[in-house]
Design a protein around this ligand. Structure first.
Ligand code: ADP
Ligand code: MG
Length: 256
């Protein structure tokens, strides 16, 4: 049975997509079978792992809205052992279209049931909002991984995110948990970074991963080559830290 993890924070630019792609790739590198689900109409995970959006004929929108079986939209990526259910800009229509649909919260959950025996991990790249696409992601998931950028106001907006998690727990998915909180884009040259680390650790305690993702330019270059960091520059600091995160994720699962 796949472990399904949503990577979510309604703030944009905090490292959701970078984490989804690179954590997924490092889990695949460790021999796990991984599926990425791109739930953001920007399709950054899709293009970032080497899928040309112009070549995508059916995507996760068709799964959610037109009930196309997810197996028909899944494609292999540039990382061996990792597949993706891609997104294109048509997904931007789903937020409104889902509003009037039956069982709108559980459409992704139903779709993923078809593939839960095929993969060890399903990682969902959530959009920067708390609408229907995020609710679908939370309803389908075992847990949520929250990337938090090391900057001023890092915790701002997190209470809304936690409220949404509570609502989904109450109405659709009582077993939903917080997988972990990941500090991203840490800059050792500023005091601010370490203050934020303290603040987030005080609030989330042992839920915060020991691994902290630093700013690393190779991480920002990799998507334009359609590759995860482990394949683009395996010796980089970025590759090291995402491998460390993958180990932590696997260890936490064993510890449970
Ligand atoms: P989100 O999905 O939350 O909007 P992204 O993962 O797309 O955030 O990251 C936002 C931008 O920051 C992207 O251009 C990405 O390449 C870059 N980025 C993300 N993490 C890092 C990092 N650790 N070091 C350097 N650049 C990063
Ligand atoms: Mg993103």
């Amino acid at each position: 049975m796949a472990r399904i993890i949503a990577v979510a924070n309604q703030k944009g630019g905090v490292g959701k997509t970078t984490t989804t792609v690179n954590l997924g790739a490092c889990l695949a590198y460790s021999g796990k079978k991984v599926l990425l689900v791109d739930m953001d109409a920007q399709g950054n995970a899709t293009s970032g792992i080497g899928i040309r959006k112009a070549d995508v004929s059916q995507d996760i929108y068709d799964v959610l809205v037109n009930e196309v079986p997810i197996k028909e939209v899944i494609q292999p990526t540039n990382r061996e052992g990792m597949d993706i259910a891609p997104a294109t800009i048509q997904l931007s229509g789903a937020e409104i279209e889902l509003t009037s649909m039956m069982a709108r919260e559980s459409r992704l959950k139903l779709a993923l049931q078809e593939v839960e025996d095929t993969y060890d991990y399903v990682l969902i790249d959530c959009p920067p909002s708390l609408g229907h696409l995020t609710i679908n992601s939370f309803t389908s998931s075992d847990s949520i991984l929250i990337p938090v950028q090391c900057e001023y106001y890092a915790l701002e907006g997190l209470s809304q995110l936690l409220n949404t998690i509570r609502l989904v727990q109450k109405h659709f998915n009582p077993d939903l948990r917080i997988e972990g909180v990941l500090l991203t884009m840490y800059d050792a040259r500023t005091n601010l970074g370490s203050e934020v680390v303290e603040e987030v650790r005080t609030y989330f305690r042992e839920r915060v991963y020991d691994t902290i993702i630093p700013r690393n330019v190779r991480l920002s270059e990799a998507p334009s080559h359609g590759k995860a960091i482990i394949d683009y520059d395996p010796k980089s600091r970025g590759a090291e830290v995402y491998q460390a995160l993958a180990k932590e994720v696997m260890n936490r699962e064993q510890a449970e």
